[in-house]
Design a protein around this ligand. Sequence first.
Ligand SMILES: Cc1cc2nc3c(=O)[nH]c(=O)nc-3n(C[C@H](O)[C@H](O)[C@H](O)COP(=O)(O)OP(=O)(O)OC[C@H]3O[C@@H](n4cnc5c(N)ncnc54)[C@H](O)[C@@H]3O)c2cc1C
Length: 510
Amino acid sequence: MARGKRKTEAEDNDSKQQPAKQAKNSKESDAEGEEQNGFVASGELVKPATRVRQLKGGDAGKGPVIYWMSRDQRVHDNWALLHACEVAQTTGAPVLIAFNLVEKFLVAGARQFGFMLRGLKELVPQMDKLNITFFLLRGDPIQTIPKLVKDTDAGLLVTDFAAMRIGREWRDGVAEKLDIPFHEVDAHNVVPVWVASDKRETGARTIRSKINKKLPEYLVDIPPVPQSAKYEGKVKPDKVDWDKIIKGAVEAGKEVPEIDWCKPGVDAALEALKAFLTKERLGHFTADRNDPNKPGALSGLSPYLHYGQLGAQRMALDAVKLRSKFREGVDGFLEESIVRRELSDNYVFYEKNYDKFEAAAEWAKKSLDLHRKDKREYLYSREQFEKAETHDELWNAGQMEMVVLGKMHGFMRMYWAKKIVEWTESPEQAIEFSIYLNDKYEIDGRDSNGYVGCMWSCVGIHDQGWAERAVFGKIRYMNYAGCKRKFNIKTYVERIDKLARKHGKSVKGA
Ligand SMILES: Cc1cc2nc3c(=O)[nH]c(=O)nc-3n(C[C@H](O)[C@H](O)[C@H](O)COP(=O)(O)OP(=O)(O)OC[C@H]3O[C@@H](n4cnc5c(N)ncnc54)[C@H](O)[C@@H]3O)c2cc1C
Protein backbone atom coordinates (compact mmCIF):
# COMPACT_ATOMS: atom_id res chain seq x y z
CA MET A 1 0.00 0.00 0.00
CA ALA A 2 1.41 3.40 -0.94
CA ARG A 3 2.75 5.49 1.91
CA GLY A 4 0.41 8.23 3.07
CA LYS A 5 -2.58 6.39 1.62
CA ARG A 6 -2.96 3.86 4.39
CA LYS A 7 -6.60 2.96 4.96
CA THR A 8 -8.08 2.60 8.41
CA GLU A 9 -8.68 -0.92 9.66
CA ALA A 10 -12.38 -0.29 9.53
CA GLU A 11 -12.17 0.77 5.90
CA ASP A 12 -10.10 -2.17 4.88
CA ASN A 13 -11.28 -5.42 6.35
CA ASP A 14 -9.18 -7.52 4.06
CA SER A 15 -5.94 -5.97 5.14
CA LYS A 16 -6.70 -5.76 8.82
CA GLN A 17 -4.84 -8.90 9.77
CA GLN A 18 -1.76 -8.00 7.71
CA PRO A 19 -0.68 -4.67 9.08
CA ALA A 20 2.99 -5.37 9.41
CA LYS A 21 4.26 -4.97 5.91
CA GLN A 22 6.23 -1.92 7.01
CA ALA A 23 8.31 -3.83 9.52
CA LYS A 24 10.75 -5.72 7.32
CA ASN A 25 13.71 -4.55 9.26
CA SER A 26 13.98 -2.18 12.14
CA LYS A 27 15.76 0.65 10.33
CA GLU A 28 13.31 0.68 7.48
CA SER A 29 10.34 0.31 9.80
CA ASP A 30 11.51 3.14 12.06
CA ALA A 31 11.75 5.50 9.16
CA GLU A 32 8.34 4.55 7.89
CA GLY A 33 6.77 4.76 11.33
CA GLU A 34 8.16 8.23 11.72
CA GLU A 35 6.93 9.27 8.33
CA GLN A 36 3.45 7.90 8.89
CA ASN A 37 3.03 9.53 12.22
CA GLY A 38 5.00 12.73 11.64
CA PHE A 39 5.12 13.81 15.26
CA VAL A 40 6.50 10.47 16.43
CA ALA A 41 9.77 11.31 14.74
CA SER A 42 11.25 13.10 17.76
CA GLY A 43 11.03 9.66 19.40
CA GLU A 44 12.50 10.64 22.73
CA LEU A 45 10.10 8.53 24.77
CA VAL A 46 8.85 5.76 22.51
CA LYS A 47 11.59 3.95 20.68
CA PRO A 48 11.55 2.40 18.17
CA ALA A 49 8.68 4.26 16.52
CA THR A 50 7.36 0.96 15.15
CA ARG A 51 5.72 0.27 18.51
CA VAL A 52 3.03 2.60 17.17
CA ARG A 53 0.80 2.05 14.16
CA GLN A 54 -2.01 4.11 12.76
CA LEU A 55 -5.58 2.85 12.80
CA LYS A 56 -6.61 6.19 11.34
CA GLY A 57 -4.17 8.61 9.77
CA GLY A 58 -3.86 12.37 9.78
CA ASP A 59 -2.18 15.09 11.83
CA ALA A 60 -2.99 15.40 15.51
CA GLY A 61 -5.01 18.47 16.45
CA LYS A 62 -4.21 20.81 19.31
CA GLY A 63 -6.83 19.38 21.70
CA PRO A 64 -6.17 16.84 24.46
CA VAL A 65 -4.60 13.50 23.65
CA ILE A 66 -6.82 10.70 24.93
CA TYR A 67 -5.31 7.35 25.84
CA TRP A 68 -8.12 4.80 25.72
CA MET A 69 -6.69 2.31 28.20
CA SER A 70 -7.97 -1.16 27.56
CA ARG A 71 -5.68 -4.16 27.75
CA ASP A 72 -2.72 -2.55 29.51
CA GLN A 73 -4.12 -1.33 32.78
CA ARG A 74 -1.12 0.44 34.24
CA VAL A 75 0.34 3.94 34.24
CA HIS A 76 4.03 3.15 34.46
CA ASP A 77 5.89 0.95 31.97
CA ASN A 78 3.18 1.57 29.41
CA TRP A 79 4.29 2.45 25.86
CA ALA A 80 0.77 3.51 24.88
CA LEU A 81 0.58 6.15 27.60
CA LEU A 82 4.12 7.26 26.79
CA HIS A 83 3.15 7.74 23.17
CA ALA A 84 0.13 9.82 24.21
CA CYS A 85 2.41 11.95 26.43
CA GLU A 86 4.98 12.32 23.69
CA VAL A 87 2.47 13.69 21.19
CA ALA A 88 0.80 15.89 23.81
CA GLN A 89 4.16 17.46 24.65
CA THR A 90 4.59 18.68 21.07
CA THR A 91 1.42 20.79 21.27
CA GLY A 92 1.30 21.43 25.02
CA ALA A 93 -2.02 19.57 25.19
CA PRO A 94 -3.13 17.64 28.27
CA VAL A 95 -3.30 13.85 28.38
CA LEU A 96 -6.56 12.20 29.39
CA ILE A 97 -7.03 8.53 30.16
CA ALA A 98 -10.37 6.85 29.45
CA PHE A 99 -11.34 3.34 30.46
CA ASN A 100 -14.58 1.94 29.13
CA LEU A 101 -16.27 -0.53 31.43
CA VAL A 102 -18.55 -3.01 29.70
CA GLU A 103 -21.11 -4.90 31.74
CA LYS A 104 -20.42 -8.21 30.05
CA PHE A 105 -17.07 -9.44 28.80
CA LEU A 106 -17.28 -12.97 27.42
CA VAL A 107 -17.98 -15.18 30.45
CA ALA A 108 -16.14 -13.07 33.04
CA GLY A 109 -17.60 -13.11 36.57
CA ALA A 110 -16.90 -11.48 39.95
CA ARG A 111 -13.47 -13.14 39.97
CA GLN A 112 -12.29 -11.34 36.85
CA PHE A 113 -14.23 -8.07 37.14
CA GLY A 114 -13.27 -7.68 40.82
CA PHE A 115 -9.57 -8.17 40.06
CA MET A 116 -9.68 -5.69 37.19
CA LEU A 117 -11.69 -2.97 38.96
CA ARG A 118 -9.65 -3.11 42.15
CA GLY A 119 -6.53 -2.73 40.01
CA LEU A 120 -7.98 0.21 38.10
CA LYS A 121 -9.02 2.02 41.26
CA GLU A 122 -5.40 1.95 42.39
CA LEU A 123 -4.28 3.73 39.21
CA VAL A 124 -6.24 6.94 39.77
CA PRO A 125 -3.92 8.45 42.44
CA GLN A 126 -0.97 7.68 40.14
CA MET A 127 -2.70 9.60 37.33
CA ASP A 128 -3.54 12.49 39.68
CA LYS A 129 0.13 12.86 40.55
CA LEU A 130 0.93 13.25 36.85
CA ASN A 131 -1.93 15.73 36.23
CA ILE A 132 -3.68 13.19 34.04
CA THR A 133 -7.49 13.35 34.16
CA PHE A 134 -9.31 10.02 34.23
CA PHE A 135 -12.68 9.28 32.64
CA LEU A 136 -14.48 6.07 33.53
CA LEU A 137 -16.97 5.42 30.74
CA ARG A 138 -19.66 2.78 30.76
CA GLY A 139 -21.43 1.08 27.88
CA ASP A 140 -20.43 0.29 24.32
CA PRO A 141 -16.96 1.73 23.59
CA ILE A 142 -17.91 2.22 19.94
CA GLN A 143 -20.34 4.86 21.22
CA THR A 144 -18.64 6.20 24.36
CA ILE A 145 -15.08 6.71 23.08
CA PRO A 146 -15.99 8.77 19.97
CA LYS A 147 -18.39 10.80 22.15
CA LEU A 148 -15.60 11.63 24.61
CA VAL A 149 -13.33 12.56 21.70
CA LYS A 150 -15.99 14.97 20.45
CA ASP A 151 -16.91 16.38 23.86
CA THR A 152 -13.31 17.13 24.78
CA ASP A 153 -12.34 18.30 21.30
CA ALA A 154 -9.48 15.83 21.40
CA GLY A 155 -6.62 16.05 18.89
CA LEU A 156 -5.52 12.40 18.94
CA LEU A 157 -6.82 9.08 20.25
CA VAL A 158 -4.29 6.45 21.32
CA THR A 159 -5.05 2.93 22.46
CA ASP A 160 -3.14 -0.18 23.44
CA PHE A 161 -2.97 -3.27 21.26
CA ALA A 162 -5.60 -5.99 21.39
CA ALA A 163 -5.32 -9.28 19.56
CA MET A 164 -8.71 -10.80 20.27
CA ARG A 165 -11.80 -10.45 18.05
CA ILE A 166 -13.79 -8.32 20.47
CA GLY A 167 -10.97 -5.83 20.96
CA ARG A 168 -10.40 -5.60 17.20
CA GLU A 169 -14.11 -4.99 16.60
CA TRP A 170 -14.14 -2.21 19.18
CA ARG A 171 -11.10 -0.54 17.64
CA ASP A 172 -12.52 -0.85 14.09
CA GLY A 173 -15.87 0.54 15.21
CA VAL A 174 -14.27 3.47 16.99
CA ALA A 175 -11.94 4.23 14.04
CA GLU A 176 -14.92 4.39 11.73
CA LYS A 177 -16.57 7.08 13.82
CA LEU A 178 -13.55 9.34 14.32
CA ASP A 179 -12.41 12.33 12.35
CA ILE A 180 -9.12 12.63 14.24
CA PRO A 181 -6.09 10.31 14.01
CA PHE A 182 -6.17 7.09 16.01
CA HIS A 183 -3.00 5.22 17.00
CA GLU A 184 -2.51 1.75 18.42
CA VAL A 185 0.58 0.95 20.49
CA ASP A 186 1.66 -2.57 21.35
CA ALA A 187 2.28 -2.14 25.06
CA HIS A 188 1.67 -5.83 25.79
CA ASN A 189 4.51 -7.46 23.88
CA VAL A 190 8.20 -6.75 24.07
CA VAL A 191 8.44 -6.98 20.27
CA PRO A 192 5.24 -5.53 18.77
CA VAL A 193 3.17 -8.24 17.16
CA TRP A 194 3.33 -6.55 13.73
CA VAL A 195 7.13 -6.24 13.97
CA ALA A 196 7.80 -9.80 15.13
CA SER A 197 6.09 -11.25 12.08
CA ASP A 198 3.67 -10.28 9.33
CA LYS A 199 1.92 -13.66 9.28
CA ARG A 200 0.60 -16.45 11.46
CA GLU A 201 3.64 -18.42 12.55
CA THR A 202 3.78 -22.21 12.51
CA GLY A 203 5.11 -22.46 16.04
CA ALA A 204 7.76 -21.46 18.55
CA ARG A 205 10.50 -22.78 16.27
CA THR A 206 9.59 -20.32 13.51
CA ILE A 207 8.99 -17.21 15.64
CA ARG A 208 11.78 -17.68 18.21
CA SER A 209 14.65 -16.37 16.11
CA LYS A 210 12.51 -13.54 14.72
CA ILE A 211 11.75 -12.33 18.24
CA ASN A 212 15.21 -12.94 19.65
CA LYS A 213 16.83 -11.01 16.80
CA LYS A 214 14.72 -7.97 17.69
CA LEU A 215 15.30 -8.08 21.44
CA PRO A 216 18.43 -5.89 21.54
CA GLU A 217 16.39 -3.15 19.91
CA TYR A 218 13.11 -3.63 21.80
CA LEU A 219 14.05 -4.94 25.23
CA VAL A 220 15.20 -1.51 26.34
CA ASP A 221 14.56 0.50 29.47
CA ILE A 222 11.20 2.22 29.72
CA PRO A 223 11.26 5.94 30.47
CA PRO A 224 9.21 7.46 33.30
CA VAL A 225 5.86 9.10 32.47
CA PRO A 226 6.18 12.90 32.20
CA GLN A 227 3.78 15.35 33.87
CA SER A 228 0.82 16.30 31.73
CA ALA A 229 -0.44 19.83 31.10
CA LYS A 230 -3.55 20.48 33.19
CA TYR A 231 -6.85 19.69 31.54
CA GLU A 232 -9.13 22.73 31.69
CA GLY A 233 -11.87 21.53 29.34
CA LYS A 234 -15.55 22.09 30.05
CA VAL A 235 -16.47 18.42 30.04
CA LYS A 236 -15.36 16.99 33.36
CA PRO A 237 -15.34 13.33 34.34
CA ASP A 238 -18.16 12.06 36.57
CA LYS A 239 -17.08 11.27 40.11
CA VAL A 240 -16.39 7.54 40.33
CA ASP A 241 -17.81 5.61 43.29
CA TRP A 242 -15.40 2.68 42.97
CA ASP A 243 -16.72 0.80 45.97
CA LYS A 244 -20.25 0.87 44.58
CA ILE A 245 -19.11 -0.22 41.12
CA ILE A 246 -17.00 -3.06 42.52
CA LYS A 247 -19.83 -4.20 44.80
CA GLY A 248 -22.24 -4.21 41.85
CA ALA A 249 -19.88 -6.19 39.61
CA VAL A 250 -19.07 -8.71 42.34
CA GLU A 251 -22.76 -9.23 43.07
CA ALA A 252 -23.64 -9.60 39.37
CA GLY A 253 -20.90 -12.18 38.80
CA LYS A 254 -21.14 -14.04 42.10
CA GLU A 255 -21.42 -17.48 40.48
CA VAL A 256 -17.62 -17.31 40.09
CA PRO A 257 -16.44 -15.57 43.26
CA GLU A 258 -13.30 -13.53 43.76
CA ILE A 259 -10.04 -15.16 44.89
CA ASP A 260 -8.04 -14.11 47.93
CA TRP A 261 -4.55 -15.51 47.34
CA CYS A 262 -3.60 -13.06 44.58
CA LYS A 263 -3.88 -9.37 45.44
CA PRO A 264 -4.84 -7.24 42.45
CA GLY A 265 -3.10 -4.05 41.36
CA VAL A 266 0.14 -2.69 40.01
CA ASP A 267 1.89 -2.54 43.39
CA ALA A 268 1.01 -6.13 44.21
CA ALA A 269 2.20 -7.12 40.73
CA LEU A 270 5.63 -5.62 41.32
CA GLU A 271 5.81 -7.28 44.73
CA ALA A 272 4.89 -10.64 43.18
CA LEU A 273 7.58 -10.14 40.54
CA LYS A 274 10.17 -9.36 43.20
CA ALA A 275 9.14 -12.40 45.22
CA PHE A 276 9.60 -14.61 42.16
CA LEU A 277 13.03 -13.30 41.14
CA THR A 278 14.89 -15.30 43.76
CA LYS A 279 17.19 -18.30 43.79
CA GLU A 280 14.49 -20.48 45.38
CA ARG A 281 11.93 -19.73 42.66
CA LEU A 282 13.36 -18.34 39.40
CA GLY A 283 16.48 -20.41 40.08
CA HIS A 284 14.30 -23.56 39.94
CA PHE A 285 11.91 -22.48 37.19
CA THR A 286 13.28 -24.68 34.43
CA ALA A 287 13.81 -27.74 36.60
CA ASP A 288 10.51 -27.68 38.50
CA ARG A 289 7.95 -25.90 36.34
CA ASN A 290 6.23 -29.13 35.32
CA ASP A 291 5.66 -30.37 38.86
CA PRO A 292 2.20 -29.36 40.14
CA ASN A 293 3.41 -30.08 43.67
CA LYS A 294 5.91 -27.25 43.36
CA PRO A 295 3.73 -24.31 42.30
CA GLY A 296 6.27 -21.85 43.73
CA ALA A 297 8.65 -22.66 40.86
CA LEU A 298 6.24 -20.81 38.56
CA SER A 299 5.96 -17.06 38.61
CA GLY A 300 2.21 -16.89 39.24
CA LEU A 301 2.32 -13.63 37.27
CA SER A 302 -0.20 -14.47 34.55
CA PRO A 303 -3.10 -12.65 36.29
CA TYR A 304 -1.08 -9.41 36.35
CA LEU A 305 0.10 -9.86 32.77
CA HIS A 306 -3.41 -10.61 31.57
CA TYR A 307 -4.92 -7.39 32.96
CA GLY A 308 -1.81 -5.42 32.06
CA GLN A 309 -1.15 -4.60 35.72
CA LEU A 310 2.41 -5.76 35.01
CA GLY A 311 4.27 -4.99 31.80
CA ALA A 312 5.94 -8.02 30.22
CA GLN A 313 8.85 -5.78 29.36
CA ARG A 314 9.43 -4.75 33.01
CA MET A 315 9.29 -8.42 33.99
CA ALA A 316 11.82 -9.39 31.31
CA LEU A 317 14.18 -6.50 32.09
CA ASP A 318 14.29 -7.46 35.76
CA ALA A 319 14.73 -11.16 35.02
CA VAL A 320 17.55 -10.59 32.52
CA LYS A 321 19.58 -8.83 35.21
CA LEU A 322 19.76 -12.16 37.04
CA ARG A 323 20.96 -14.21 34.10
CA SER A 324 24.54 -14.46 35.33
CA LYS A 325 23.22 -16.01 38.57
CA PHE A 326 20.45 -18.34 37.34
CA ARG A 327 21.08 -18.80 33.67
CA GLU A 328 18.91 -21.86 33.15
CA GLY A 329 15.99 -20.45 35.11
CA VAL A 330 16.12 -17.07 33.36
CA ASP A 331 16.41 -18.59 29.88
CA GLY A 332 13.49 -20.92 30.55
CA PHE A 333 11.40 -18.10 31.95
CA LEU A 334 12.10 -15.81 28.97
CA GLU A 335 11.19 -18.62 26.58
CA GLU A 336 7.75 -18.86 28.20
CA SER A 337 7.12 -15.22 28.99
CA ILE A 338 8.41 -13.73 25.74
CA VAL A 339 8.58 -16.35 22.96
CA ARG A 340 5.53 -18.49 23.88
CA ARG A 341 3.44 -15.59 25.15
CA GLU A 342 4.12 -13.46 22.09
CA LEU A 343 3.53 -16.44 19.81
CA SER A 344 0.02 -16.59 21.30
CA ASP A 345 -0.71 -12.99 20.34
CA ASN A 346 0.72 -13.71 16.88
CA TYR A 347 -1.75 -16.59 16.46
CA VAL A 348 -4.81 -14.79 17.76
CA PHE A 349 -4.04 -11.62 15.81
CA TYR A 350 -3.42 -13.27 12.45
CA GLU A 351 -5.91 -16.16 12.69
CA LYS A 352 -9.49 -14.93 12.63
CA ASN A 353 -10.82 -18.40 13.48
CA TYR A 354 -8.48 -18.65 16.46
CA ASP A 355 -11.03 -20.51 18.62
CA LYS A 356 -12.44 -22.77 15.88
CA PHE A 357 -11.58 -26.19 14.44
CA GLU A 358 -11.01 -24.48 11.07
CA ALA A 359 -7.82 -22.89 12.44
CA ALA A 360 -6.09 -26.27 12.74
CA ALA A 361 -3.32 -27.21 10.31
CA GLU A 362 -4.37 -29.40 7.37
CA TRP A 363 -2.54 -32.48 8.76
CA ALA A 364 -4.39 -32.11 12.06
CA LYS A 365 -7.84 -31.60 10.51
CA LYS A 366 -7.35 -34.55 8.20
CA SER A 367 -6.20 -36.78 11.01
CA LEU A 368 -8.95 -35.75 13.44
CA ASP A 369 -11.56 -36.20 10.70
CA LEU A 370 -10.41 -39.80 10.19
CA HIS A 371 -11.04 -40.51 13.88
CA ARG A 372 -14.38 -38.77 14.35
CA LYS A 373 -16.26 -42.04 14.68
CA ASP A 374 -13.82 -43.69 17.08
CA LYS A 375 -15.41 -45.07 20.21
CA ARG A 376 -14.94 -42.83 23.27
CA GLU A 377 -14.58 -44.79 26.49
CA TYR A 378 -16.14 -41.99 28.53
CA LEU A 379 -18.39 -39.13 27.45
CA TYR A 380 -19.23 -36.25 29.76
CA SER A 381 -21.54 -33.28 29.42
CA ARG A 382 -20.29 -29.74 29.97
CA GLU A 383 -22.07 -29.71 33.31
CA GLN A 384 -20.37 -32.91 34.44
CA PHE A 385 -16.98 -31.46 33.55
CA GLU A 386 -17.84 -28.21 35.28
CA LYS A 387 -18.78 -30.01 38.48
CA ALA A 388 -15.67 -32.22 38.31
CA GLU A 389 -17.80 -35.35 38.03
CA THR A 390 -15.46 -37.50 35.93
CA HIS A 391 -14.09 -40.92 36.92
CA ASP A 392 -10.56 -39.47 37.14
CA GLU A 393 -9.62 -37.82 40.45
CA LEU A 394 -6.54 -36.24 38.90
CA TRP A 395 -8.66 -34.50 36.27
CA ASN A 396 -11.22 -33.51 38.89
CA ALA A 397 -8.43 -32.06 41.03
CA GLY A 398 -7.23 -29.87 38.13
CA GLN A 399 -10.78 -28.69 37.53
CA MET A 400 -11.23 -27.93 41.25
CA GLU A 401 -7.92 -26.09 41.41
CA MET A 402 -9.30 -23.85 38.68
CA VAL A 403 -12.79 -23.49 40.15
CA VAL A 404 -11.66 -22.79 43.70
CA LEU A 405 -8.27 -21.07 43.29
CA GLY A 406 -8.94 -19.51 39.90
CA LYS A 407 -5.63 -20.78 38.52
CA MET A 408 -4.74 -24.30 37.53
CA HIS A 409 -1.08 -25.29 37.49
CA GLY A 410 0.42 -24.95 34.00
CA PHE A 411 1.25 -28.64 33.61
CA MET A 412 -2.22 -29.70 34.77
CA ARG A 413 -3.80 -27.37 32.20
CA MET A 414 -2.36 -29.55 29.45
CA TYR A 415 -3.57 -32.83 30.98
CA TRP A 416 -6.96 -31.25 31.75
CA ALA A 417 -7.58 -30.11 28.16
CA LYS A 418 -6.20 -33.32 26.58
CA LYS A 419 -8.68 -35.38 28.59
CA ILE A 420 -11.55 -33.16 27.45
CA VAL A 421 -10.58 -34.16 23.89
CA GLU A 422 -10.75 -37.83 24.88
CA TRP A 423 -14.10 -37.59 26.69
CA THR A 424 -16.17 -35.45 24.31
CA GLU A 425 -18.05 -36.27 21.12
CA SER A 426 -15.91 -34.24 18.70
CA PRO A 427 -12.92 -31.91 18.52
CA GLU A 428 -15.36 -29.01 18.08
CA GLN A 429 -17.06 -29.89 21.35
CA ALA A 430 -13.69 -30.25 23.11
CA ILE A 431 -12.71 -26.76 21.92
CA GLU A 432 -16.04 -25.33 23.02
CA PHE A 433 -16.01 -26.93 26.50
CA SER A 434 -12.36 -26.24 27.26
CA ILE A 435 -12.53 -22.58 26.22
CA TYR A 436 -15.80 -22.08 28.09
CA LEU A 437 -14.44 -23.52 31.34
CA ASN A 438 -11.04 -21.85 30.98
CA ASP A 439 -12.57 -18.44 30.33
CA LYS A 440 -15.15 -18.76 33.07
CA TYR A 441 -12.92 -19.88 35.95
CA GLU A 442 -9.31 -18.92 35.24
CA ILE A 443 -8.33 -15.53 36.63
CA ASP A 444 -6.06 -15.21 33.58
CA GLY A 445 -8.67 -16.57 31.12
CA ARG A 446 -10.03 -14.82 28.01
CA ASP A 447 -6.42 -14.39 26.91
CA SER A 448 -4.47 -15.24 23.75
CA ASN A 449 -2.53 -17.79 25.84
CA GLY A 450 -5.77 -19.49 26.80
CA TYR A 451 -6.95 -19.85 23.21
CA VAL A 452 -3.59 -21.21 22.17
CA GLY A 453 -3.47 -23.56 25.18
CA CYS A 454 -6.90 -25.02 24.38
CA MET A 455 -6.22 -25.18 20.64
CA TRP A 456 -2.80 -26.77 21.15
CA SER A 457 -4.43 -29.44 23.29
CA CYS A 458 -7.48 -30.05 21.09
CA VAL A 459 -6.21 -29.64 17.54
CA GLY A 460 -2.42 -29.39 17.73
CA ILE A 461 -1.94 -25.65 17.09
CA HIS A 462 1.83 -24.88 17.10
CA ASP A 463 2.57 -28.60 17.53
CA GLN A 464 3.61 -31.39 15.17
CA GLY A 465 2.08 -34.78 14.33
CA TRP A 466 2.68 -37.67 16.74
CA ALA A 467 2.10 -41.44 16.60
CA GLU A 468 -1.46 -42.08 15.46
CA ARG A 469 -3.99 -43.34 18.01
CA ALA A 470 -7.73 -43.57 18.53
CA VAL A 471 -9.74 -40.35 18.94
CA PHE A 472 -6.65 -38.09 18.85
CA GLY A 473 -5.36 -39.18 15.46
CA LYS A 474 -1.92 -37.56 15.19
CA ILE A 475 -2.59 -34.95 17.89
CA ARG A 476 -0.28 -35.27 20.89
CA TYR A 477 -1.71 -37.46 23.64
CA MET A 478 -1.25 -37.27 27.41
CA ASN A 479 -2.20 -39.83 30.00
CA TYR A 480 -2.33 -40.61 33.71
CA ALA A 481 0.74 -42.85 33.56
CA GLY A 482 2.79 -39.99 32.11
CA CYS A 483 1.72 -37.73 34.96
CA LYS A 484 2.60 -40.46 37.46
CA ARG A 485 6.14 -40.50 36.09
CA LYS A 486 6.44 -36.72 36.47
CA PHE A 487 5.00 -36.01 39.90
CA ASN A 488 3.31 -37.48 42.96
CA ILE A 489 -0.33 -37.54 41.91
CA LYS A 490 -1.61 -38.48 45.37
CA THR A 491 0.05 -35.46 47.00
CA TYR A 492 -1.45 -33.12 44.43
CA VAL A 493 -4.95 -34.61 44.59
CA GLU A 494 -4.97 -34.54 48.40
CA ARG A 495 -3.83 -30.92 48.54
CA ILE A 496 -6.49 -29.79 46.10
CA ASP A 497 -9.17 -31.89 47.77
CA LYS A 498 -8.40 -30.20 51.09
CA LEU A 499 -8.74 -26.81 49.43
CA ALA A 500 -11.93 -27.77 47.63
CA ARG A 501 -13.53 -29.03 50.84
CA LYS A 502 -13.06 -25.60 52.42
CA HIS A 503 -15.38 -24.38 49.66
CA GLY A 504 -17.88 -27.17 50.05
CA LYS A 505 -16.53 -29.09 47.04
CA SER A 506 -14.27 -32.10 46.52
CA VAL A 507 -12.28 -33.92 43.86
CA LYS A 508 -14.97 -36.58 43.90
CA GLY A 509 -17.33 -34.10 42.24
CA ALA A 510 -19.16 -30.99 43.44
C1 LIG B 1 -5.36 -25.70 28.20
C2 LIG B 1 -4.52 -24.51 28.56
C3 LIG B 1 -5.13 -23.33 28.92
C4 LIG B 1 -4.37 -22.20 29.24
N1 LIG B 1 -5.02 -21.05 29.57
C5 LIG B 1 -4.32 -19.92 29.81
C6 LIG B 1 -4.99 -18.70 30.08
O1 LIG B 1 -6.22 -18.64 30.09
N2 LIG B 1 -4.24 -17.59 30.32
C7 LIG B 1 -2.87 -17.64 30.33
O2 LIG B 1 -2.23 -16.61 30.56
N3 LIG B 1 -2.21 -18.78 30.05
C8 LIG B 1 -2.88 -19.92 29.79
N4 LIG B 1 -2.21 -21.08 29.52
C9 LIG B 1 -0.73 -21.06 29.40
C10 LIG B 1 0.03 -21.36 30.73
O3 LIG B 1 -0.43 -22.55 31.28
C11 LIG B 1 -0.12 -20.21 31.72
O4 LIG B 1 0.29 -19.01 31.12
C12 LIG B 1 0.69 -20.39 32.98
O5 LIG B 1 0.35 -21.59 33.60
C13 LIG B 1 0.43 -19.21 33.91
O6 LIG B 1 1.03 -19.37 35.13
P1 LIG B 1 2.34 -18.55 35.53
O7 LIG B 1 2.13 -17.10 35.33
O8 LIG B 1 2.75 -19.01 36.87
O9 LIG B 1 3.33 -19.06 34.40
P2 LIG B 1 4.92 -19.18 34.33
O10 LIG B 1 5.20 -20.60 34.02
O11 LIG B 1 5.57 -18.54 35.47
O12 LIG B 1 5.28 -18.38 33.00
C14 LIG B 1 5.43 -16.96 32.98
C15 LIG B 1 4.54 -16.40 31.90
O13 LIG B 1 4.89 -16.95 30.63
C16 LIG B 1 3.73 -17.12 29.85
N5 LIG B 1 3.51 -18.54 29.57
C17 LIG B 1 3.78 -19.59 30.36
N6 LIG B 1 3.43 -20.74 29.75
C18 LIG B 1 2.93 -20.40 28.56
C19 LIG B 1 2.40 -21.12 27.46
N7 LIG B 1 2.33 -22.46 27.47
N8 LIG B 1 1.96 -20.44 26.40
C20 LIG B 1 2.03 -19.10 26.36
N9 LIG B 1 2.53 -18.36 27.36
C21 LIG B 1 2.97 -19.00 28.44
C22 LIG B 1 2.56 -16.59 30.67
O14 LIG B 1 2.34 -15.25 30.31
C23 LIG B 1 3.07 -16.72 32.08
O15 LIG B 1 2.44 -15.85 32.98
C24 LIG B 1 -2.96 -22.25 29.19
C25 LIG B 1 -2.34 -23.45 28.83
C26 LIG B 1 -3.10 -24.56 28.51
C27 LIG B 1 -2.42 -25.84 28.11
